[in-house]
Design a protein around this ligand. Structure first.
Ligand code: FES
Length: 207
């Protein structure tokens, strides 16, 4: 018959997930029921003793951490090793220092030359008074020569060439009555250009 409209097919749907799944809802509900906590444990009672104990433990931990931190800070202020050599040290008996000679035995270890010149034993600093380099003793030329800027010093430490403005410094010397050695005391020094080296503390007579 002309004009008859054919109805659109509604079922079965072309999409598989539209099909009803028999019993799926029931299965899901069973699963939820199984996983549900049937009988939850009652909450732990909070007693005054428990609160007190927790407070003690907390403050104890806090105090311990603070104490350890303070100890660490104090310990940090004190180095493990003192790398600086002693400022007062023994050398050798006075008679072992030859006349008009420089003994460099304590140059590296203590920064001191032992110099016997003009009948006096002196302890001369190895620090150049220009900018602090370490001069060399030139035996042939009988002078100290600084490699940095060329300052030169006589055997007694007095400057005579180069940019340095003043002589090498000197240290206190005395004889140890027990060992007989000459002792150098770097805690006490003098400056020749100021005339402070004339006292008996700064040389030992060798002549
Ligand atoms: S540091 Fe010795 S001459 Fe300059």
């Amino acid at each position: 018959m002309a004009g008859k409209v054919r109805p659109v097919q509604q079922w079965p749907s072309p999409w598989p997930y539209d099909f009803p799944v028999a019993g799926a809802a029931t299965e899901a509900k069973d699963k939820v029921d199984r996983l549900a906590v049937k009988d939850p444990a009652p909450p732990l009672p909070v007693t005054r003793r428990a609160v007190f104990a927790s407070t003690i433990v907390g403050w104890g931990a806090f105090a311990t951490a603070g104490g350890l931190g303070t100890l660490g800070t104090v310990r940090f202020l004190f180095p493990n090793v003192n790398f600086e050599p002693p400022q007062e040290f023994q050398t050798a008996p006075k008679t072992t220092f030859g006349a008009e000679a420089v003994d460099e035995s304590w140059k590296e270890s203590h920064g001191v030359w032992m110099v016997n010149t003009e009948g006096k034993l002196l302890a001369i600093s190895t620090v150049c008074t220009h900018l602090g380099c370490t001069p060399n003793w030139l035996t042939g030329e009988k002078k100290f020569k600084c490699p940095c800027h060329g300052s030169g010093y006589y055997i007694n430490g007095v400057n005579f060439e180069g940019p340095t403005p003043r002589p090498l410094e000197r240290f206190r010397v005395y004889e140890d009555p027990i060992t007989g050695n000459v002792v150098v005391d770097k805690n006490v020094k003098c400056q020749p250009e100021q005339g402070t080296c004339e006292g008996p503390d700064y040389f030992l007579p060798t002549a």
